[in-house]
Design a protein around this ligand. Sequence first.
Ligand code: ATP
Ligand code: PRP
Length: 206
Amino acid sequence: MKPVIALTKGRLEKQFIKFLQERNYDVNPFLDKGRKLQVETDDFFAIFAKGIDVATYVEYGIADLGVVGEDILLEVQPDVFDLLPFPFGKCRFAIAGEPSNLSPLRKQRIATKYPNITTKYFRDQGKSVDIVKLEGSVELAPLLGLADDIVDIVETGNTLKENGLVVKEEMLTISARLIANRNSLKLKRAILTPLIDSFRVEEGII
Ligand SMILES: Nc1ncnc2c1ncn2[C@@H]1O[C@H](COP(=O)(O)OP(=O)(O)OP(=O)(O)O)[C@@H](O)[C@H]1O
Ligand SMILES: O=P(O)(O)OC[C@H]1O[C@H](OP(=O)(O)OP(=O)(O)O)[C@H](O)[C@@H]1O
């Protein structure tokens, strides 16, 4: 029996495949997968899903392991075991907006894909804000007057820069994480341990 790993489609998938290659796993089945959403390698079955669904597949035990952004774990708080960080998918959460906008007299309005992370962050600072939930291109919101500022992921800063926005406050840094189904960890320990151990990166490298 092979383990099942749920992978976040898109940028994390590409970086995970590179990570596997560096560890001498055979990645050929990934290279010609086309639009297929399931792939079998010598070592495991992989399924491809959106990050939020990766957490769901792992929580329900359809997948034993998952590769998912920490942003999803913080936002959704799925009932999974958070095993270890990967040295990719590194970025940070920040509050950003137009350089010169003044604090509004009304409650501050923040646009974000991450309402729970945002609410908690401001609540911890003793502030209540209005949240506008968006699904992407969040940088548009302050430019078009939908919100005063945004809370979003920043990596290179290019998206902010090219849209005339600046970081106003750094919030926290995140990376991709390896998660596991709680029962799989107990019941399939023998087949999962070698895989999990091969994903460990020496301390100091991350
Ligand atoms: N600019 C970035 N740099 C590094 N990691 C990022 C960046 N943006 C997102 N991520 C991480 O990669 C994960 C997947 O992001 P990706 O952009 O592929 O999908 P998404 O935009 O969150 O969702 P969708 O599938 O709807 O496009 C995110 O959950 C986050 O952890
Ligand atoms: O600092 P940068 O390197 O420019 O990266 C940051 C951008 O990347 C993510 O967007 P993504 O590409 O996932 O598109 P989205 O806005 O549709 O979510 C994030 O939401 C920022 O917009």
